[in-house]
Write a protein that binds this ligand. Structure first.
Ligand code: SAH
Ligand code: F3S
Length: 483
């Protein structure tokens, strides 16, 4: 079997760059906006909201070509040092574009903006606007302010930096999301209050704040009406969701899932990401009761060693994780489980590492992500003595990745002969008789069918394994449209 790069849609590694894609063709006379997105799905969601916002307020249309853009926005990630360095090297390229076109507007948002604030403009003075993950809804005003002071002498200009955390205000100012296809992300909360000792998120995105229940439900109902069939609920720690209800009560994450599952049209539900500690029995019961919930869970554990977990301040042991997964697999025996691992955390010994390797094999994970520990300024772990040589960490990472790769190959191979529920997403570009959909475990499934079925769910028997992320099958049953 050939191995291809595997990027499960629900769990993109926080290291890739994406360019936010236009959903419609552009007219040459229109003002153009280019957005580069780094990092997690929260950033991807935010980038789409920025595009919707500036489209509505100033008529900008998205372009995938930075050379023809009137405004360039970078939505940055600071989870690891490498991601942060990328920001300044990319900005160096944008500087050249600004030299050719002095009217070009450059904005930097996301977690690096949040962490660095005015330092961004100290290091890159050609940046016009700096905004954080919680203030992106103020972009139209910032842009107006920028334009109002373009002609002013330098010393009269005010610096356009807004990286505050004005609670959940952002969502009140965002326009209705535009729909592209049958899948959509919906952000249900911002920030994280877990304060794992290695992580910058609580500092860059703030503490957990949940969106009110009615806002979330209304957004999903609107998406379903526009044809969306699969929803991915987003947050750094979604099972910490505590959304205010209309009556002034509190809705928990499992309660939210039950309400979303009742919305007509929503045939599939995913979420990312949750913390093992709050992976509750109520949540496991949702897997028992709600057929819309996929048999795929990304539940980051970070290490297979109790000593390391303690130093990471994850506040649970390996046994707690194992018990929860055992309970989950009891109600969903076909559950695909993936995770994140940090390798080379300060103090990780050969023995600790061996425990992690064994743990990955024992838990029978599907495709997971693994990263070498990166020291982040301001986090408690950055104070810990770290004596493991870089080369040892790299060797450990290579070993972990080998085990992970093999287990995802095994998981794809095991699909042969099984029946998968697939959301049919499109007709193949190569053959109009072939349809392409996604299985619960995010593998692409190709089978013979009718273009009219696109947007519906089907049961497909898998007949051939093509690559790590692509299988072929035959239609067994086409579900009626869920709308
Ligand atoms: N709950 C969030 C966690 C965000 S960070 C989510 O999974 O979406 C994503 C992953 O990045 C973490 O699970 C962790 O494995 C990794 N990570 C975070 N901080 C890191 C650091 N300092 N060094 C290396 N990897 C890190
Ligand atoms: Fe980071 Fe831990 Fe929250 S990894 S996002 S502090 S759960």
């Amino acid at each position: 079997m050939t191995v291809q790069t595997f990027t499960p849609s629900a769990t993109k590694a926080a290291s890739e760059n994406t360019v936010t894609q236009p959903t419609h063709t552009t007219d040459v006379s229109m003002k153009k906006l280019y957005i580069e997105t780094q990092g997690c799905q929260m950033n991807e969601y935010d980038s789409h909201r920025m595009a919707d916002l500036l489209g509505d307020s100033h008529g900008y249309v998205l372009t995938t070509n930075p050379n023809e853009a009137d405004i360039l926005l970078m939505n940055t990630c600071s989870i690891r040092e490498k991601a942060q360095e990328k920001v300044f090297s990319e900005l160096g390229r944008w500087r050249k574009l600004k030299e050719q076109n002095p009217d070009l507007v450059i904005g930097v948002g996301g977690c690096v903006a949040s962490q660095e604030g005015d330092n961004i403009q100290k290091r890159a003075p050609y940046v016009d606007m700096v905004f954080g993950p919680q203030t992106l809804h103020r972009l139209p005003q910032m842009l107006d302010q920028h334009q109002a002071q373009v002609e002013k002498p330098k010393k009269e200009k005010i610096k356009l930096v807004d990286i505050s955390f004005p609670d959940i205000e952002k969502f009140d100012f965002l326009p209705e999301p535009r729909v592209d296809g049958f899948k959509a992300f919906v952000s249900i909360m911002e920030g994280c209050s877990k304060y794992c000792s290695f992580c910058v998120v609580p500092y860059t995105r703030g503490e957990e704040v949940s969106r009110p229940l009615d806002d979330v439900l209304a957004e999903i109902a609107g998406l379903a009406e526009k044809g969306v069939r699969e929803i991915s609920l987003l947050g750094q720690n979604v099972n910490g969701y505590r959304g205010e209800t209309f009556e002034g009560g509190i809705c928990t994450f499992p309660e939210l899932l039950r309400l979303v599952a009742e919305i007509p049209g929503i045939g599939r539900l995913r979420y990312t990401t949750s913390h093992p500690l709050e992976f509750s029995d109520e949540l496991i019961q949702c897997y028992r009761d709600l057929p819309q919930m996929v048999s795929h869970l990304h539940l980051p554990v970070q290490s297979g060693s109790n000593d390391v977990l303690q130093a990471m301040k994850r506040n649970h042991t390996i046994d707690v994780y194992i018990d929860k997964i055992a309970k989950l697999r009891k109600v969903r025996p076909d559950m695909h489980l993936s995770s994140d691992f940090i390798i080379g955390f300060p103090g990780e010994t050969d023995e600790h590492f061996a425990e992690t390797l064994q743990f990955i094999k024992d838990l029978d994970f599907d495709h997971s992500y693994s990263f070498v520990y990166s020291k982040r300024p301001g986090t408690p772990a950055s104070e810990l003595p770290d004596e493991t040589p870089e080369q040892v960490k790299k060797d450990r990472l290579a070993q972990v990745q080998q085990v992970i790769k093999q287990s995802s190959i095994d998981k794809t191979d095991a699909m042969l002969g099984k029946i998968e529920r697939v959301l049919i997403e499109k007709v193949s570009d190569k053959d109009p008789n072939l349809l392409i959909g996604t299985a619960d475990n995010t593998r692409l499934v190709t089978f013979i069918g009718d273009a009219a079925w696109v947007g519906r769910f089907a049961e497909i028997e898998i007949t051939e394994i093509k690559t790590l992320n692509l299988v072929y099958g035959e239609l067994l049953n086409l579900e009626p449209d869920v709308a």
